[in-house]
Design a protein around this ligand. Sequence first.
Ligand code: 1GP
Length: 249
Amino acid sequence: MKIYNKLCEMRKKQASYFCLIDPDKNDIKTSLYFAKKCEKNGADGILVGGSLMINNNFEANLKAIKENVNIPVLIFPGIFNFVSPFADALLLLSVITSRNPQMLIGEQVRAAPLIKHYGLEAIGTGYMLIESGNNTSVHFMSGSMPLPRNKNDIAVAHALAGEYLGMKLLYLDAGSGAEKAIPDEMIKEIRKNSSLPIFLGGGIKTPEQAFNKAKAGADFIVTGNILEKNNDEKLIKRFADSIHKVKRS
Ligand code: 1GP
């Protein structure tokens, strides 16, 4: 089954939990250890990626993770050279809140021939960057102004535009290490107006917060920083359990 279809099946049952691993911050041994802990403690999938590629560690990390866990492993690319066959699929992000053509279509054009070469499943993703109280790496690196966090109508218009343009899912992101996560009200408004699967991350610090974001309508909750800062298996389990409480059927 294609991973996109699997994600659609997963969202029909309950909200899901994805852990983000940034290969620039981990060597292979650490990434692998962490990915296994995530799987063991109830995570439903792993995202691998980041804003930069400093250590040239990406593909080796990805391959090690993919070969050692059974949950979906998705590439979450900052730039076009995050393309590798050692994943179940790649979220082909277009930063639809941006007005920077490089992030809207330029990076995707660079990535496309390699995606075809590898026969990798690419999932067209409308990536929405939401203001989060601080300047995160993705704000700066994408050269984009984030969408104001209190403008639900503008957020809905972007989500609709993404859907009408044929994007297959939305990724709502406050940016890694965001001070403030995306407001529940904004998620509810987008959920009311869009039928697309929603990934959501950035600045989520507690299982309760994750539960609220899932309850508001996000299908796949992503955490990165909070797990990097706390090497705590129990925390992974608490996140997974809280998110899984949100049933859809
Ligand atoms: C970043 O959504 C992810 O793109 C995760 O953010 O690292 O703040 O959890 P955090």
